[in-house]
Design a protein around this ligand. Structure first.
Ligand SMILES: Cc1ncc(C[n+]2csc(CCOP(=O)(O)OP(=O)(O)O)c2C)c(N)n1
Length: 668
């Protein structure tokens, strides 16, 4: 069903440096995604597939870029880059199974279309949010630079995606760090129904390179020879001289955003103009006119590809549907972590909470010689809390990386490092600022292992909490934003010894961990801490006090508030549970204690609604109801933002309400 268009030899093909085999291979590699798409459109009309995002007319970009890269170099494609997948020679059977949600696909039916990656083919697919993969490419390129691999990473986006903050953050970081990334913008005229003049206000997207101090080029995205030759030359140059480049490929989206939505809003003249520039028809006509492709060869290519498509489709259709098994789904949310216990040795020294964290981090840097830490002002300045003071002298600037103010790109870079096999720790200057890096944490880091078995070996350090008169934007304890997201682990120590041992484990764990550090504890809490490198397992609560009257469950600063209250009320015999990690949660410790005491009170610093206290309360009701002598009580801070001035903050915080709530519960 190939569309016949009037070819007017609009293209100028400069092929003199390319051999005949390459010239024909470029053609064949473009033909393959086109023929697959034509088949998909038939299946769509027959109601056999549900959704299709077409790259028809844009094949030269995917194919040209992929052929210019070495197979060991990573490519991060988008929803119109089928040609990347086919040029990397992914078996069509696997692609069809992926689109049909079958087990032989790449996501076991857990994600659709091109939302997958595969380490086997060095492809990292998109997440729906478009922009985040640009920063992930930075991380992969950083790994390549740190390991002196001399490799290029190519990442794609549409022009619509360039309006996202991720684009700007990723380009800025790549530029500041001179990372070998090719940012490939496919400017295809429309982002869904939005034309380019409603998307951006500059003439060319390539013009933006100047603002980032980045080399940029405009490339005719419909001319396969121009794409391949320019990208090839650039890739060779980047391998020798690592740097980012911004490439704007001018092209056009010939079909709807996805098939069902049509193209009514696109003027017919534009369609006609670009149909005449079809990358395949033009190139075929050129090859034939230069006697580089005979009719027989062309027919043979068609027949070979069609036979491959039909056979793969039959095999994919024949594969049975996924049989949902709950335990399979649950066990793939996290990568298995074979916890290795590093024992505490006898030597100790008294450390403040902050020093213990610093020591845990430093000893982890010594333990893992490629561990990278990234954050604002963490290098020479030592971080705003001075946790990384002296690190840059010991470990060097490659591993202790000051970052621009771009939380999303840095989290994404952590993901990219993980894809390339490198652990990282990202310091949020204040936990509050994680909102600027929220999307890649909850959508990229959290979901990757479940989606395509790619772990995110990233620890995000979160200096958090109130009580320091810092107001609404430097005081939040926002663990509840993360405890409800499957795929993340959440750790929240209250003592120096725990902080060090848990941080060591968080870094050893190959999964994404949010590590909360309460700022008010940094310099106020001291403890004897083993001097050696030791670990504490995640998901094990600590029973700090034992008693039979009531179970007090808390974490972070709440532990110290509860301790103070219990010390002031020696007549109360309480089990005091310091949760230490919130995900995984030590439910056994909670249930065992509540079954003994019959009363439970949960103290959390965050405001009440939607906090972890509510879930723990529900869990106790569900699992210990017959043992309870009183309703479970939750104590939390007020349902307001966190106020600045001391007397308002004191009123806001749960601390002042805990004692009376505890008495109420005991008197019930
Ligand atoms: C953060 C986010 N906002 C909106 C969307 C919905 N959406 C999906 S693709 C798309 C258009 C993207 O346009 P562009 O980047 O130019 O790529 P194209 O589809 O044209 O190839 C939109 C708006 C989304 N997926 N993610």
């Amino acid at each position: 069903m190939s569309t016949t268009v009037a070819i007017t030899n609009l293209m100028n093909y400069k092929t003199k440096d390319l051999d005949e085999t390459t010239l024909r291979q470029l053609y064949k590699n473009m033909l393959k995604p086109r023929l697959i798409e034509e088949k998909m459109l038939i299946l769509l009309r027959q109601g056999k597939i549900s959704k299709w995002f077409s790259g028809i007319g844009q094949e030269a970009i995917s194919v040209g870029v992929t052929m210019a890269l070495q197979s060991s170099e990573y490519i991060l494609p988008m929803h119109r880059n089928l040609g990347v997948f086919t040029t990397r020679e992914i078996p069509l059977f696997r692609l069809f199974c992926q689109w049909q949600g079958k087990a032989s696909g790449f996501t076991k039916g857990r994600d659709r279309s091109f939302h997958f990656g595969t380490q086997e083919y060095n492809i990292v697919g998109m997440i729906s949010h478009l922009g985040p993969q640009l920063g992930v490419a930075d991380g992969i390129a950083l790994a390549s630079k740190l390991k002196n691999k001399n490799q290029v990473t190519a990442v794609f986006t549409g022009e619509g995606g360039t309006s996202e903050g991720d684009f700007h953050e990723a380009l800025n970081v790549a530029s500041v760090w001179q990372l070998p990334v090719m940012f490939c913008v496919e400017n295809n005229g429309y982002g869904l129904s939005t034309p380019t003049n409603e998307q951006y206000y500059c003439k060319n997207i390539a013009d933006r390179g100047l603002g980032y101090g980045m080399e940029s080029h405009i490339i005719d995205g419909n001319n396969i020879i121009e794409v391949f030759s320019k990208v090839n030359a650039l890739a060779e140059s980047i391998r020798k001289n690592p740097r980012p480049v911004l490439l704007e490929f001018k092209t056009f989206r010939m079909r709807g955003h996805e098939e069902a939505s049509g193209t009514k809003y696109v003027p017919q003249e534009l369609m006609d103009e670009w149909a005449a520039k079809d990358p395949i028809e033009n190139y075929r006509s050129y090859l034939k006119s230069e006697s580089l492709l005979t009719d027989e060869q062309d027919e043979a290519f068609h027949a070979e590809i069609k036979a491959e498509i039909d056979a793969a489709l039959d095999a994919a259709n024949a594969e049975e549907k996924i049989n949902p098994i709950e335990t399979n789904e649950l066990s793939d949310v996290y990568k298995d972590f074979d916890y290795q216990c590093f024992d505490e040795l006898k030597n100790t020294q008294e450390l403040r909470f902050i020093d213990a964290i610093s020591e845990g981090l430093k000893q982890s840097m010594e333990q893992h010689d490629d561990l990278v830490i990234m954050g604002q002002d963490i290098a020479e300045y030592g971080g705003v809390f001075k946790i990384t003071e002296g690190f840059v002298e010991q470990f060097g600037k490659d591993r202790v990386r000051n970052t621009p103010i771009c939380e999303s790109a840095i989290v994404e870079a952590g993901m990219g490092l993980s894809i390339a096999g490198i652990k990282s720790v990202v310091e949020m200057q204040f936990a509050d600022f994680v909102s600027s890096g929220f999307n890649p944490i909850v959508n990229y880091l959290a979901k990757s292992h479940y989606r395509w078995s790619q772990n995110a070996d990233v620890v995000v350090r979160m200096p958090c909490g109130a009580g320091v008169a810092a107001g609404p934007f430097h005081s939040q304890t926002n663990e509840a934003w993360f405890t409800k997201t499957p795929g993340l682990k959440v750790v929240y120590p209250a003592f120096p010894k725990d902080a060090k041992g848990l941080l060591v484990t968080a870094i050893n764990d190959p999964n994404p961990v949010l590590f909360f550090e309460h700022k008010a504890l940094y310099r106020s809490i001291r403890q004897e801490v083993p001097t050696n490198y030791y670990s504490i397992p995640l998901g094990e609560a600590a029973l700090l006090k034992e008693g039979t009257d009531v179970t007090v469950i808390t974490y972070g600063a709440g532990v110290h508030w509860a301790l103070e209250t219990l010390e002031n009320n020696p007549d109360i015999q309480a089990d005091l549970i310091d949760l230490r990690s919130l995900q995984p949660l030590d439910t056994n410790a909670i249930y065992n204690s509540v079954k003994k005491t019959g009363r439970a009170i949960i103290l959390q610093e965050d405001s009440m609604f939607g906090g972890i206290a509510s879930d723990i309360s529900a869990l106790i009701m569900e699992h210990c109801f017959e043992y309870l002598d009183a309703p479970v009580k939750r104590v939390a801070s007020m349902e307001t933002p966190i106020p600045f001035i001391n007397q308002l903050e004191e009123q806001y915080l749960a601390k002042s309400k805990f004692e009376s709530a505890l008495q109420e519960l005991l008197n019930y």
